[in-house]
Design a binder for this molecule. Sequence first.
Ligand code: F6R
Length: 612
Amino acid sequence: MCGIVGYVGPQQAAPVLVEGLTRLEYRGYDSAGIAVLNPRSKANPSRVVRAQGRVRELEAALPARLAGTTGIGHTRWATHGEPSERNAHPHTSGDGRVHVVHNGIIDNFATLRSRLSEEGVELTSDTDTEVVAHLVARELETGSSLEDAVLAAVGQIVGTYALAVLDVQAPGRVVVARNGSPLLLGVGDGEMFVASDPAAIVRHTSQVVLLDDGDFASVTADGFHSFTAGEKKTARAAVTLDLTVEELELGGHDHFMHKEIHEQPESVERMLTGRLDDRFGTAKLAGLNLEPRDLRRFERVKVLGCGSAYYVGQLGASMIEDLARIPADAEPASEFRYRNPIIEPSTLYVVVSQSGETADTLFAVREVQRKGGTVVGLVNAVGSSIAREVDGGIYLHAGPEVAVASTKALTHMSIGFALLALALGRVHDLSFADGQRIIAGLRALPAQIAEILAGEEALAAAAEELATAPSLFFVGRVRGYPVAREGAQKFKEITYRHAEAYPTSELKHGPLALISPELPSVAIIPEDDLVERNITAAQEIRARGGAVVAITHPGVELGDAATSRIEVPRNEVELDPILLTIPTQLLGYHAAVALGEDVDRPRNLAKSVTVE
Ligand code: F6R
């Protein structure tokens, strides 16, 4: 949720930290801060600058000269304590010796805070993080090294953390610890970086060391030394990162969300490369680590994800039922683990996540594994915690997604489910001919997505009208229902307008009472066996004065059931929802632009939700 960056080397640390924080801002953006060590200055051996608001606020608060070549920085998404300068990181011990940045949540912070207060420590923020600075400082007072002090302090903490710690008396060193929140080291030439997300350091190096839970590392300009509570030295090797600076730039678009929507034709093409097997009419998914005979033994599929990933999971479950004819359903991962779920060996558990760091989804993986289940992942972020912990999976290859509202990653998720459904189908009941039919449908997607995007102007006009309504419905049936849910989600999270999704069939069971000229509906009306019923429902909305924007197929006769229509090209019926979702991305986007909202950084949200 929050972002961490750290630097040790020959460069001035402050600009490196600020640039890294700017790239991490999508992670959290209510306050930011940096701490820089400068052993040459007797008066100011360390400087901390913090500001409420965006990284640009921090930049404005920085003094003209902020010398020092070791530092840590943070962007915050508040969990404990309001967004304010005093609650911004880094946090500092009372003696000014220790600076700490932290992602995650310290569950026993209240106990630690009252213990420290009783011992006379003055706490200056409302955060859970501050206790760490005091705990480390106390250990240092006893003569411990910074590494031992962090180890001992962390031993008293219950919770999740990625921590980066500075000791004013040990300049040229950053000590880090990871448990449940992502953290990596960047290996440069005579310089080292620390980051919670590769985006922060991509400009400097592509060599990264992905730390595991329980890992500590002491980082200096020449390299690092990793250890755990039980082992004095552990071997952690660097891997090469597949990420370029260009992928993190706007590239001529006004917003990352717009850029990411428009990347889809190309990114989908890339995702499908090498994965379609014409000879057997199936999908090639080596990363699943499941042979056809393993796939055959599964009698049920349970999909787990959060938010939009859960909605795509619903769509994925219906693709699996359609193509493989085995029972499949989706459940929010955030609920799953708290209800003591029954884990069946004959069920394939599928988790789905863009970031690969969503805590609720990660804990669901662990719950399944603890109880002996097989869990595979549909994950975008390569090397992320979920990607590393699952038994196998399908990388989504959507490329980095910076806008908080997910678009292209969701499209890639639904295509990932289509591939999985195809592979499962072909070892169950799906015919070769049907397999080939789905493959042809998948191949058609990039050009069809491009065709929908070419109609952006009309979508923008429809969005501007919808933006004037205080509240709206998104309705769809069966395969169209997850499309409606995702459409409503996108709309509400970036426009702050109330948007609610219903199965079209449920309207007459209650929500129809709300229909009025003030409440328009977006109706998903594909040309399928439910088209007549969907048109009837749209007419029922129209009869009560509600406007209907229909997302439909060419040739569907809507008559006066819709006030405006948006057409998407037809594909195979199982794959149509992928295309029907694309206009909802642009509706949300253009409505938010029309309302003047901060599209890429919606209030109260963060890109990856690494707290429970
Ligand atoms: C909506 C959105 C969220 C995420 C959800 C899961 O636009 O971005 O609802 O889909 O937080 O995130 P991941 O996919 O990273 O697990």
